[in-house]
Design a binder for this molecule. Structure first.
Ligand code: HPA
Ligand code: MG
Length: 234
């Protein structure tokens, strides 16, 4: 069987933590190239209040869900008999997290071993309009010390800051799942253990990803246009 396409490699893991060693070898994922024109919005349905605000569909909702199902299968294979604590990073990670948990539950129900799962939530906020801000705040999470001795599958983009906070509780294993990884030239590039798509360095919205709290109710992952940016700028 041939392996699927492989995505860009990070030369090192910036975390340098024994509980979270960098994955060895190339990681199979779905790469979306810089010159991918996307799908015309006319081919899909999407909320009328966003007509005129979007450029194109980067990843249709169905493909997101199908890819997430495969990530769930890969995660199931790797965690063995361990129970897991899923730490969902709000708000942008809630759709991916919900779908991932649902797939893990279904796969687990249809297999010999039933994985026990707990879910917790934290919130990280770092974006204003489409620009990343330096300051990042972690809000919520019942009590991160509960993660000790558990496996964590986190979802979200700004995982590096979060992991630095979680690792002091010495969980047995930490795994990070993110739906999207952006191809950036920034030196702090962090590669999750599981990721769905490697995308160009574009600002995207939909599937819970927002632009100033708008577009979370869009199913597909889309690229916003200048009109949309201006309309919802704060
Ligand atoms: N869209 C929405 N939120 C984000 C993005 C993005 O492309 N990158 C980081 N946070
Ligand atoms: Mg946001």
């Amino acid at each position: 069987m041939t392996q699927g396409p492989l995505c860009q490699q990070w030369s090192h893991c910036p975390l340098q933590h024994p509980l979270h060693p960098p994955s060895e070898g190339p990681v199979p994922c779905v790469p979306i190239s810089d010159n991918w024109p996307g799908y015309s919005l006319d081919l899909f349905t999407y909320p009328q209040h966003y007509y005129g605000d979007l450029e194109y569909v980067l990843i249709p909702h169905g493909i997101i869900v199908d890819r997430t199902e495969r990530l769930a299968k890969d995660i199931m294979q790797d965690i063995g008999d361990n129970d897991i604590v899923v730490l969902c990073v709000l708000k942008g990670g809630y759709k991916f997290c919900a779908d991932l948990v649902e797939h893990i539950k279904n796969l687990s129900r249809n297999s010999e071993r039933f994985i026990s799962m707990k879910v917790d939530f934290v919130r990280l906020k770092s974006y204003h309009n489409d620009q990343s801000m330096q300051d990042m705040q972690i809000i919520g999470g019942d009590d991160l010390s509960k993660l000790t001795g558990k496996d964590i599958v986190g979802t979200g983009r700004t995982m590096k800051v979060l992991l630095n906070n979680i690792e002091k509780y010495k969980p047995k294993m930490i795994k990070v799942a993110s739906l999207l990884v952006k191809r950036t030239s920034r030196p702090d590039g962090y590669r999750p253990d599981y990721y769905g798509f490697e995308i160009p360095d574009l600002f995207v919205v939909g599937y819970a990803l927002d632009y100033n709290e708008h577009f979370r109710d869009l199913n597909h992952i889309c690229v916003i246009n200048d009109h949309g940016k201006a309309k919802y700028r704060v």
